[in-house]
Design a binder for this molecule. Structure first.
Ligand code: ZN
Ligand code: ZN
Length: 418
C-alpha cells in the first residue's frame, strides 16, 4: 500500500516538472513577463569557518546575494519563511550578527516575495575549550555541585523541551528536533577530577601537567585508569521525545554505543560492563572523587554514581534525577520520589536479582517498590504526571555494583555520535 502511494507521488512530481517546462516555452513565444520562479540564494556565513581555534562565543554575520531578501535563522529548529516571505513562521528575522558558542547549530533560510525560498544553510560550530577555572560558587565538596559549568561550557535549553529536561539539565545544549530531543555536549565535568590536565589533549597527566584548578587526588585506595585523561568531546544524542516501550527483542546497552545516556550535568553514561577482561567492579577502583573516569579516548563517563549532582546528599541514595537514557526514559537515584518534591516520603526500592533474557516478554518484577531486571518500573514521579517507565540506579547482578542502567534498554533506543 505504501509503495503504491510513493509511486503516485513520484508520477505527480514528474507531471509538475513537465508542466513547468511548457510554461517556459510559452513565455519565450509570447515574450510576456517570465513565469519562471527564481530561487533566493542560500545564505552564507561570515566568517565561513565552523571550527574556531579560540574560545567562543563568536559573532556570525549572515547574508544572501539576493537583493532585498529577508533571512530567518534559528539555533534550535529549522527556520521557515512566512507566507508573505517578509518574515519568519519559525526562527528569528535576521537583523544583526548572531552570537554562537561551542556546539551551536546555526540554521538560516533566505526568503523573498515572488521567489522560491532558498535552501537551509546549517553549520555546527566548535571552538577551543579553555577549561581553566570553575565558578567560585562551585567547590569539590559543594552540595550544589552541578549548578554551574566550567568556563566556556554553556547551558542552552530550548523552551520547547519538557520541564524535566529544561529545568534540570545543564552544561549542554538541548533542543527539540521533530520527534526527537537532541542533546549536545563537550562532556567536560563541572567538578574537579584526578583526570583533569592542563592541556586539551589525551596523554598522561604528569604532575606538572595537572590543571591547577580542576585536578584533585583520587579517593583513598583508588588507582589511576592508566594514562587516561579527560578530553573535550562533541557528543550528540538524538533521543526520542516520546519514548516507546520496545516489544520483542530488546536492544543491548553493550551494543557498541558511544554512550547510552547523558547526565543532568552533560556527561556520558556508560553501560554496566567494563572492557574485557576487566570487570566493572574492579574498574570502579579507578573512579575519581565523583564516581566517573575517562576511557582511552578521553571520554569521561559514569557507569555508576554521579556523586553530588543532586541538590543534597553526597551519593545517589536519593530520588534525584540523574539523567536520561538513549531511549528517552529518565534515570533517577536509588529511591523513587513518590511523585512529590518532598524527600520524606521517598520510596526505598528493591533491585531485581535476576538478569534479563533480552526479551520484552521476559521482563518481570516491577512494582511501585521493586524494579525489573532493567532497573526500571512504571510509576508517576514529580516529573512524570502519568505513570511512565523510568530507570533507577540499582545494584546490577552483571556488574555486581550499583549501576545506572542494566544490560538492555526498555525502550526503542535513539542514536549517538561523537
Ligand atoms: Zn568506564
Ligand atoms: Zn521510580
Amino acid at each position: 500500500m505504501k509503495t503504491t502511494i510513493l509511486a503516485i507521488t513520484a508520477m505527480a512530481i514528474l507531471a509538475i516538472s513537465g508542466c513547468s517546462s511548457s510554461d517556459s516555452t510559452a513565455t519565450t513565444n509570447t515574450t510576456t513577463t517570465s513565469t519562471t520562479t527564481t530561487t533566493t540564494s542560500t545564505p552564507t556565513y561570515t566568517p565561513s569557518v565552523s571550527a574556531f581555534s579560540t574560545a567562543g562565543p563568536h559573532n556570525i554575520t549572515i547574508s544572501t546575494t539576493t537583493s532585498g531578501a529577508a533571512i530567518c535563522y534559528s539555533t534550535s529548529a529549522t527556520p521557515v519563511c512566512n507566507a508573505a516571505k517578509t518574515g519568519c513562521t519559525t526562527g528569528t528575522l535576521y537583523s544583526a550578527a548572531v552570537s554562537v558558542s561551542n556546539a551551536t547549530n546555526l540554521r538560516a533560510i533566505a526568503c523573498k516575495s515572488g521567489n522560491n525560498d532558498s535552501s537551509v544553510k546549517t553549520v555546527t560550530y566548535s571552538m577551543s575549550q579553555t577549561y581553566g577555572t570553575l565558578s567560585a560558587s562551585v567547590t569539590p565538596t559543594s552540595a550544589t555541585l552541578g549548578a554551574t559549568c566550567i568556563d566556556s561550557v554553556n547551558t542552552t535549553m530550548d523552551a520547547a523541551l519538557p520541564a524535566a529536561i529544561r529545568d534540570n539539565f545543564k552544561c549542554q545544549t538541548a533542543y527539540v528536533n521533530g520527534a526527537n530531543n537532541v542533546f549536545k555536549s563537550v562532556n567536560m565535568p563541572n567538578h574537579v577530577s584526578f583526570y583533569y590536565c592542563s592541556l586539551i589533549s589525551a596523554g598522561a597527566c604528569a604532575v606538572d601537567k595537572r590543571n591547577a584548578t580542576l585536578w584533585a587526588a583520587l579517593p583513598s585506595g583508588n588507582t589511576s585508569a592508566g594514562t587516561n585523561t579527560i578530553f573535550v568531546q562533541n557528543l550528540e544524542f538524538t533521543i526520542p521525545a516520546t519514548p516507546t516501550l520496545k516489544t520483542g527483542t530488546l536492544t543491548g546497552t553493550q551494543n557498541g554505543y558511544v554512550a547510552v545516556g547523558v547526565t543532568v550535568n552533560g556527561l556520558a553514561i556508560f553501560n554496566n560492563a567494563a572492557a574485557p577482561p576487566d570487570t566493572l567492579a574492579a574498574e570502579a577502583a579507578t573512579f575519581d572523587g565523583f564516581d566517573g573516569h575517562p576511557q582511552n579516548a578521553g571520554v569521561y563517563h559514569h557507569h555508576a554514581g554521579v556523586r553530588k549532582v543532586g541538590a543534597s546528599g553526597t551519593d545517589n541514595n536519593d530520588a534525584n534525577l540523574i539523567g536520561i537514557a538513549l531511549d528517552g526514559y529518565l534515570i533517577y537515584g536509588k529511591k523513587c520520589d513518590n511523585a512529590t518534591a518532598t524527600t520524606a516520603d521517598d520510596i526505598t526500592l528493591t533491585a531485581s536479582t535476576g538478569t534479563s533474557d533480552g526479551s520484552a516478554a521476559g521482563i518481570t518484577g516491577a512494582s511501585a517498590t521493586t524494579l525489573d531486571q532493567l532497573h526500571g518500573h512504571t510509576t508517576t514521579t514529580r516529573h512524570l504526571g502519568t505513570a511512565t517507565y523510568h530507570y533507577h540506579m540499582a545494584l546490577d547482578p552483571t556488574a555486581t555494583i550499583d549501576t545506572l542502567l542494566g544490560s538492555y534498554f526498555r525502550g526503542v533506543a535513539g542514536t549517538i555520535t561523537n
